[in-house]
Design a protein around this ligand. Structure first.
Ligand SMILES: *Cc1c(COP(=O)(O)O)cnc(C)c1O
Length: 467
């Protein structure tokens, strides 16, 4: 293939990439065109004739841009969304160019080498058991599911049932337990694994699982059980008491899984490590690289201490595939057979940051969250509702409608973007600090933007005087 088949279109893509990245810090964060407008700009009918690739990409980038949100802005606090490190983005481009199907290590030793190092580095950095199975999946939801499937096989095997061979129908019932603040991703993972909704056992005001409630629920029955704990409550950022909860669960023979989509990274920081004390005794962990680690979408990570349990649940066997031998294949650790080399941007980010850089990243996010919380707490009429132990800050005014108006106003002003939500039966605005660029300047600008938005919505809420 001639080189110039790619060069024009890639230089168009590169120019649009630079324009987009250069605009992120200053552009209004919210998208200013809706889905229908973007469809109109793209053209709705599939043409009979093709078009030159460079023209297609130029048209695509121009038409879509008004409909894009600056999620990588240092003042974007919606959902839990990371930014992108330069090394991560560049590695991700190369992953597409190399186009390696990374399901099996034999045909692509290079991709396997990078991913195996990334996996070992992650396990080491987070202080999890050496030799754990690691799967590079799309996100924490798939990581939660992958871990639950390993857990399901393991607890059923202990009960004398081979779910991998005989399926779930007719199997002993698997109890699936979680705290009341369990994330919806964990709930859907449990649904996909065939458990239905989790049995919730209580939680404290910050969302930490009620360990006594867990012990009582486990004590009701002695059948197979899986307990889902949480590192990083999506509203409060709180961490379960892993030492106590894992002891109780293991005493009852349960498998313990930890959903740490963004919070697991506390384990990589010496100053925050206390938040996850004892978590290494769990059986499996799910996290995202596309949140706290600031790797582009999509990048989730499933980790299972008992690698064989992971392989038993997920490995694919076929005559044409290399035999599962002593070294695990990538497809032993993910639900996919074919996939892109997601571990490569993870490797590049870890290498660019080093151990200290990852700790500084996580510490910096938490420092900025505290900075936001201090600024909000010092703002009359604004209340910080959670204990800010990690990256999440929930604020509210005295009135639900006013709080929602505040979220809308902040977003309309374009300087910052945060999620309206409900917590403890109150409307809140939730700020998640997950972007590496959220520094003290971004924090000050955000506090300023929230204060002026609050003044605007309070003015608008005052009934006009009648003559
Ligand atoms: C974001 C999140 C998830 C889901 O992660 P995805 O990458 O979106 O699949 C699960 N649990 C928690 C606590 C989260 O914050």
């Amino acid at each position: 293939m001639p080189d110039d088949e790619y060069s024009d279109v890639l230089s168009v893509a590169e120019r649009h990439t630079h324009d987009w990245l250069a605009s992120i810090a200053e552009r209004p964060i919210d998208a200013h065109a809706g889905v229908e407008e973007v469809k109109d700009a793209l053209g709705r009918e599939l043409a009979d004739e093709g078009q030159d690739a460079a023209a297609v990409i130029d048209h695509l980038a121009t038409a879509i841009e008004p409909g894009l949100i600056a999620m990588a802005s240092p003042r974007f606090y919606g959902f839990v969304i990371g930014g992108t490190y330069p090394a991560a983005l560049a590695a991700d481009w190369l992953v597409s160019a190399w186009d390696q199907n990374t399901g099996s290590r034999t045909p692509t030793p290079g991709a396997a080498a990078v991913e195996e190092l990334a996996a070992a580095w992650l396990v080491d950095l987070l202080g999890l058991p050496e030799g754990s199975g690691v799967g590079f999946v799309t996100g924490a939801t798939m990581a939660n599911l992958s871990c639950l499937l390993a857990a399901r096989g393991s607890v059923l095997r202990a009960a004398g049932w081979d779910v991998e061979q005989d399926g779930l129908q007719g199997a002993p019932r698997v109890r699936f337990l979680a705290g009341d603040a369990v994330h919806s991703s964990m709930v859907v993972a449990g649904r996909m694994a065939g458990f239905g909704l989790p049995r919730t056992v209580g939680a404290d005001a910050q969302g930490r699982i009620d360990v006594d409630g867990l012990a009582a629920a486990l004590g009701e029955d002695d059948g197979p059980a899986i307990v889902a704990l949480q590192a990083g409550d999506v509203h409060s950022g709180a961490f379960d008491d892993f030492t106590a909860a894992i002891a109780v669960a293991h005493a009852a023979g349960a498998w313990v899984h930890i959903d740490g989509a963004f919070g697991l990274w506390a384990g990589a920081s010496p100053s925050l490590r206390h938040l996850v004390a004892g978590y290494e005794a769990a059986d499996s962990w799910a996290t995202d690289a596309h949140k706290t680690l600031n790797v582009p979408y999509d990048s989730g990570i499933a980790i299972v201490a008992d690698e064989a349990a992971m392989a038993a649940a997920l490995a694919i066997h076929a005559a044409y595939l290399p035999e599962v031998g002593t070294v695990a294949e990538p497809y032993d650790h993910t639900p996919e057979l074919s996939r892109r080399a997601r571990g490569i941007p993870v490797w590049a980010t870890l290498r660019a940051l080093g151990r200290r850089g990852v700790a500084d990243l996580v510490d910096g996010l938490v420092a900025s969250a505290r900075g936001l919380a201090d600024g909000f707490a010092a703002t009359p009429g604004l209340e910080v509702l959670n204990d800010v132990v990690f990256t999440q800050v929930c604020v509210a005014t005295e009135d639900d409608a006013l709080t929602l108006a505040l979220a809308d106003r902040v977003r309309a002003d374009g300087v910052a973007w945060a999620s309206p939500s409900r917590w403890h039966d109150r409307a809140i605005v939730r700020f998640s600090v997950s972007n590496r660029g959220t520094d003290a300047t971004a924090v000050d600008q955000t506090i300023g933007a929230v204060r002026s938005a609050l003044a605007e919505v309070r003015d608008a809420a005052v009934p006009a005087p009648t003559e």
